[in-house]
Design a protein around this ligand. Sequence first.
Ligand SMILES: NC(=O)c1ccc[n+]([C@@H]2O[C@H](COP(=O)([O-])OP(=O)(O)OC[C@H]3O[C@@H](n4cnc5c(N)ncnc54)[C@H](OP(=O)(O)O)[C@@H]3O)[C@@H](O)[C@H]2O)c1
Length: 305
Amino acid sequence: MNENPPLLMKIAVTGANSSVGQNLLAHVAESTDVEAVAGVRSQRGVDSLPVSPRVDARIISYDDVADLAEALQGASVVVHLAGILIENKTTKYASANVAVTAAVVQAAQMASVQHIVLVSVLGASPDSRNRFLRSKGEAERHVTESGMSSTIIRTPILLGPDTAGADSLVRTATHGKAKLLGDGSYDMRPLDIDDLNQAILNACRTRPEGSTTHELVGPESIPYRELVMRFADMMGTEIAVGTIPLWIAKLGATVSSRLKGGGITPTVIDVITASEVVSTNADADLGISLTPLSTTLEKIVSNRK
Ligand SMILES: NC(=O)c1ccc[n+]([C@@H]2O[C@H](COP(=O)([O-])OP(=O)(O)OC[C@H]3O[C@@H](n4cnc5c(N)ncnc54)[C@H](OP(=O)(O)O)[C@@H]3O)[C@@H](O)[C@H]2O)c1
């Protein structure tokens, strides 16, 4: 007797070539109940994706909502990942974080997608004085005011092989003389990228009524300075930890970002040196068990060997 094949839930992922997206698609490839349309902006993006019969890579444009809606057809959930922390000459928060989210929401509605999952950031608010956090808050508002079922997951620094956070940690901890912004005393709650993607997939499987916003952080709070020293120890590197006063770092960032038309700005420095604090961690609500920080750091070390 022939057994029926398992029913597959189809999700669509924007910014699929991001570090979160690539890891999410690796989870999709291993799952038994999910398939994904992976939206990227270029052939280079396509080439960077995991290859799997469950992953259908599509080149999309956020400027053409009808075309975007076409790519989302048949998906029950859109996982919106495209977004930036660091602006450059051509890509600004208003376009990459706000306008792109508005386009994705509009396209999802045109394609009758039922649920949108947005990865946002701790501190996002349309009223924030920080331009980045404000843009993420405005992105959240496009989602919450769409009337669609939505799950917003605000996250801290993400760690895992190939995340920007891990790259920066490796650079700092292997440099010999680590220069930390400020005194490095700000508290981090690093979240394992695998945990985030388990949470995203669980959210995709359970469509909420209305809009829900979660704050999901890792299990351990650790000052950045200690994180760097602990990681250097695991890498077997000796480092001397020095500091750069914040006002000097911001002055330098103001000058260099004006010359380059982007890069590290005082806005970015304020984001990365803010303590990551939440009142309620959403791990239980999102049905995941948090990976211990030491295990996450081990994964990064092994990936570098
Ligand atoms: N990494 C973290 O620690 C962290 C923490 C909190 C929240 N988040 C959020 O999680 C999401 C994924 O982060 P990530 O670090 O994995 O991202 P990432 O690796 O830096 O990738 C950024 C993605 O955004 C796309 N993108 C950039 N500019 C765009 C534009 N103007 N229009 C459309 N797409 C654009 C990129 O596409 P191209 O390659 O085509 O440029 C790429 O797919 C982002 O929304 C980010 O804000 C990340």
